[in-house]
Ligand binder design. Structure first.
Ligand code: NAD
Length: 457
C-alpha cells in the first residue's frame, strides 16, 4: 500500500522550497514535484561557497542546480523552476514571493552547522545574520503578498538543549504563584547556530500573533541517509553527503570512519542523546505538514524525529554492522571539542507527526550498511585529516586544522576568481574545475592539494 505522504496530491499547490540546493532541500523539491506540486527551487549556493572557503566538500559529487532541474525534467517530465537568490536580499525575495504567490513555503535556507558558527566571531555573526535576517525578510514578504500562505520552517531539536525534564512539542503549561499559562518551551541551545534558530522561532511566533500568518516550526532531529525514491533515479539527482567535522553528522562520520578502516571517534563519554530520523521520513513529515496546514494566526510546533540515540549507541550500531561483515571496528573516545552534557536525561515528545500518519523508517543495520557502501564507493575522495580530527572547539574556536584548510580554501577561491577575471577580460569562456564525470559547471571542484595526506583524487 502506498504511504499517505507518497500519494499524488489531489490539489496541486505552488510551493517555494528555500535552500533547494541543500542536502534536504534538493530531495524535498523533487518529492513535492513528483507529488504534482508546482515547485520553485530557491538557493543562493552559499553552501557550496562555504565548502570552498573551508576546504570541505560533499563525499559524493553533486551536480549543479541547472543540471539537476534539467535531469529531473528528462527523467520524469516534471518541471522544477530554479531561482538563484539570497534570502538576505529582501527586494529579490519579496519579488519572488510576489511573482509566484505560493500557497506554501518550505524554508531550509540557513547556515546549518553548529561547529561553523563556533569558529570565531565572524562565523557566529555570519550565521546569525544569514539565518535571522533571511527568515525575517521572508516573514515580511509573506505578510505583504500572501498572508494565507503556510510557512513550514526547519528548526532544530538542538534549540531545546538537554533539559532535565521532558521536552514538549513547542509549548509547555507552566504554573507559577497560583496562575498558569501555556508558553513557548524554554530553550537552552547548544551553539550560536542553534541560537539563530531560537530567534527564528520567536520571530515566527510573533508574526503569527500580530499578522495572523500561519506557520509550522519543525524542530528537526539529526537527519541520516542520502537516498530517496528520487535521488536514486540518476547520478545527477543525488544529494550531498558530508563526513567532515564541520558539516558531517556523527552517524555519517562513524560510517565513513568504519568504511575506511579507521577508528570510530566518539566525542567525550558518548552519553550525548539526540533525536534522529531517516531522510525519507523528513520527506514524509514535511508532506504531512503541508497536507495539514494550521489555522491562520497559529504557530504550530512539531518535534520532527523518530528515535533517540546516544553517541555510544550509534558507534555500537556501526561496529555491529561491520562485525556482521567480518570486520573489526575500534571505538575511541576523543576529548570533547563541544561544551555539552555527556551523560544526561533526555526525553523529547514526538507524537504529533505520528498522529498525522507518519510511518517511520527506523535506524538499523541495513541503513548503516547502505551508508557504509556509499562511502566505500567514494572512499578515494575521503580526506583522512577531515575524517579524523575535529577542527573547531567550543571554547577556543577554529583550531590549526581549520586554519590550514581555510587558508587553502581562500587561496583556491582567489585563484579561481583570478582565472575567471582574466578569462572574462580576454573574452574567453571562464575556466571551471571539473573532472567529476558530470557535465560542465563548477559545482564539484576537485579537491585542492592538501598539507597532510591528500585524498587520492
Ligand atoms: N541536516 C540535518 O540533520 C538537519 C537537522 C536539523 C535541522 N536542519 C535544518 O534543515 C535545513 C536544511 O538542512 P540541510 O542539511 O539540507 O542544510 P544544507 O546546508 O545542505 O542546505 C541549506 C541550503 O540553504 C542555502 N542557503 C543558506 N543561506 C541562504 C540564503 N541566505 N539564501 C538562499 N539560500 C541559502 C544553502 O546554499 C544550502 O543549499 C536547515 O535549516 C537546517 O538548519 C537540518
Amino acid at each position: 500500500m502506498q504511504e499517505a505522504s507518497h500519494r499524488p496530491v489531489s490539489t496541486s499547490k505552488t510551493v517555494i522550497v528555500l535552500g533547494a540546493d541543500g542536502y534536504i532541500g534538493w530531495p524535498m523539491a523533487m518529492h513535492l514535484s513528483r507529488l504534482g506540486h508546482r515547485v520553485v527551487a530557491v538557493d543562493n549556493l552559499a553552501r557550496r561557497q562555504w565548502d570552498e572557503e573551508g576546504g570541505t566538500e560533499s563525499l559524493v559529487p553533486i551536480a549543479t542546480m541547472e543540471q539537476r532541474v534539467d535531469r529531473w525534467l528528462a527523467c520524469t517530465g516534471r518541471t522544477i523552476t530554479y531561482e538563484r537568490l539570497d534570502l538576505c536580499d529582501h527586494d529579490a525575495l519579496d519579488a519572488c514571493v510576489a511573482r509566484w504567490r505560493p500557497e506554501a513555503v518550505v524554508h531550509f535556507a540557513e547556515q546549518r552547522s553548529a561547529p561553523f558558527s563556533m569558529i570565531d566571531r565572524e562565523h557566529a555573526v555570519r550565521t546569525q545574520v544569514n539565518n535571522i535576517v533571511g527568515n525575517l525578510n521572508l516573514l515580511f514578504a509573506l505578510q505583504a503578498h500572501v498572508p494565507e500562505c503556510h510557512l513550514v520552517k526547519l528548526g532544530s531539536m538542538g534549540e531545546y538543549g538537554a533539559p532535565n525534564i521532558d521536552i514538549e512539542e513547542g509549548y509547555i503549561t507552566i504554573e507559577h504563584n497560583g496562575r498558569s499559562d501555556r508558553l513557548p518551551y524554554p530553550k537552552v541551545p547548544h551553539s550560536f547556530y542553534h541560537l539563530s534558530k531560537v530567534a527564528d522561532s520567536q520571530n515566527i511566533h510573533f508574526a503569527c500573533r500580530i499578522w495572523g500568518l500561519r506557520a509550522t516550526d519543525l524542530n528537526q532531529g539529526v537527519v541520516y541517509g542520502c537516498e530517496t525514491d528520487d535521488t536514486v533515479l540518476h547520478p545527477e539527482l543525488i544529494t550531498r553527503l558530508d563526513y567532515d567535522s564541520i558539516w558531517g553528522t556523527a552517524l555519517n562520520r562513524f560510517c565513513a570512519q568504519a568504511a575506511t578502516g579507521n577508528p570510530v571517534t566518539v566525542y567525550g563519554k558518548g552519553g550525548q542523546t539526540r533525536g534522529y530520523l531517516d531522510i525519507r521520513d523528513t520527506m514524509a513529515c514535511i508532506t504531512l505538514t503541508l497536507d495539514n496546514p494550521p489555522e491562520a494566526g497559529e504557530c504550530r510546533v512539531f518535534n520532527q524525529f523518530t528515535e533517540q540515540f546516544t553517541l555510544n549507541q550509534l558507534a555500537d550500531l556501526v561496529a555491529g554492522a561491520r562485525r556482521h561483515h567480518g570486520q573489526d571496528t575500534t571505538i575511541v573516545h576523543l576529548p570533547n571539542p563541544r561544551v555539552e552534557a555527556e551523560e544526561h536525561y533526555y526525553n523529547a515528545k514526538h507524537t504529533r507527526l505520528l498522529d498525522l500518519g507518519l510511518q517511520p523508517h527506523f535506524l538499523g543495520e541495513t541503513l548503516v550498511d547502505s551508508l557504509i557502501e556509499v562511502v566505500a564507493r567514494h572512499a578515494h575522495r575521503v580526506d583522512p585529516v577531515l575524517l579524523e580530527r575535529p577542527s573547531v572547539d567550543w571554547r577556543t574556536g577554529g583550531n590549526e586544522v581549520w586554519r590550514q584548510y581555510a587558508d587553502e580554501g581562500r587561496r583556491g577561491a582567489l585563484a579561481r576568481a583570478t582565472v575567471e577575471l582574466v578569462g572574462a577580460a580576454t573574452r574567453r569562456p571562464p575556466a571551471h574545475p571539473g573532472g567529476n564525470g558530470l557535465a560542465g559547471g563548477r559545482s564539484v571542484p576537485e579537491p585542492a592539494a592538501r598539507p597532510a595526506e591528500p585524498a587520492a583524487e
